[in-house]
Design a protein around this ligand. Structure first.
Ligand code: ADP
Length: 271
């Protein structure tokens, strides 16, 4: 992607040097008696596209929700871009992160949800400019220019003045992608972004994401049931079962020659 495109970086992005952007260290997450993540260790290198696959209930969405700080781990640490998301360092000691610290680290993370979650009372353009203006302090005209460029990128340059309800589900999801990108996050989290869409609208959304994956250096962490999409965009696929990564590797290996019996069973059920 050239320097003047919507995703060009205004601030230096450590993303593309192959260093670790996300790190989970012995993360435990329980809901009551249910241990959903069981001393989970994993990392995502910057600039890479990583897809989480595995049976329903294996903990994939929980990982994204932890990264968005919608929930907290019971044990372990999570780092994003070299800073702890779960903790902060005070007088040389690690203490649970305060709200201000969490807000700062979370600025590096964008997420697209299954259900779009657009603001229904705001026009499309304002949906995209709201957070850059209020959270990043971007001047309104700059935020609007950024939003227009991103709407062009997702093929909706003519929908600035529409309200979300006037758009199809696929179009709403493309606006949600533009909205996440408007914050210039280092990492984009994608949580089954096509599962709420009518089948004929899925391809348009996946094409936009493929384009972003192939033409930008943004790090992506996806949960998806779209195995062809996972195969196309992933540098690495992680197979989850019962809150642990049981197998990982490049998509050509995982999809064609998996090592683990559970991976074979899962893929034969979904492919
Ligand atoms: P996946 O994304 O792999 O389908 P999830 O991460 O959504 O799995 O869920 C993992 C497990 O955690 C499931 O057993 C689910 O029921 C449980 N779970 C997730 N969120 C909550 C919650 N807020 N309260 C109680 N249980 C939850």
């Amino acid at each position: 992607m050239s320097a003047d495109t919507p995703l060009s970086k205004e601030r230096p992005n450590p993303a593309v040097d192959g260093s670790e952007l996300i790190r989970f260290d012995r993360v435990v997450k329980r809901f009551g008696a249910n241990t959903v993540l069981d001393e989970l260790d994993f990392s995502v290198a910057s600039g890479k596209h990583v897809t989480l696959i595995g049976p329903s209930g294996s903990g994939k969405t929980t990982i994204l929700r932890l990264l968005m700080t919608l929930i907290k781990p019971d044990e372990g640490t999570i780092k994003v871009g070299g800073a702890y998301l779960t903790h902060e360092e005070k007088n040389g000691r690690l203490v649970p992160a305060g709200e201000k610290h969490v807000r700062e680290v979370r600025k590096n993370i964008g997420m697209v949800f299954q259900q779009f979650n657009l603001f229904p009372n705001m026009k499309v353009l304002r949906n995209i400019t709201e957070a850059p203006v209020t959270v990043l302090g971007l001047p309104k005209d700059e935020a609007e220019q950024r939003a227009r460029d991103l709407l062009d990128l997702v093929g909706l340059g003519d929908k600035c003045d529409a309200y979300p309800t006037q758009l199809s589900g696929g179009q709403q999801q493309r606006v949600a992608i533009a909205r996440a990108l408007a914050m210039r996050p280092q990492v984009l989290l994608l949580d089954e972004v096509t599962s709420a869409l009518d089948p004929e609208l899925v391809a348009g959304v996946l094409d936009v994401l493929r384009d972003i994956a192939h033409t930008t250096d943004i790090t992506m962490l996806c949960v998806t049931h779209e195995m062809n999409f996972a195969r196309d965009i992933s540098d690495q696929v992680l197979m989850f079962d019962a809150g642990r990564v049981i197998e990982s590797g490049p998509p050509e290996k995982i999809f064609s020659d998996p090592e683990h019996e559970r991976t074979r069973e899962f893929l034969s059920a979904v492919l």
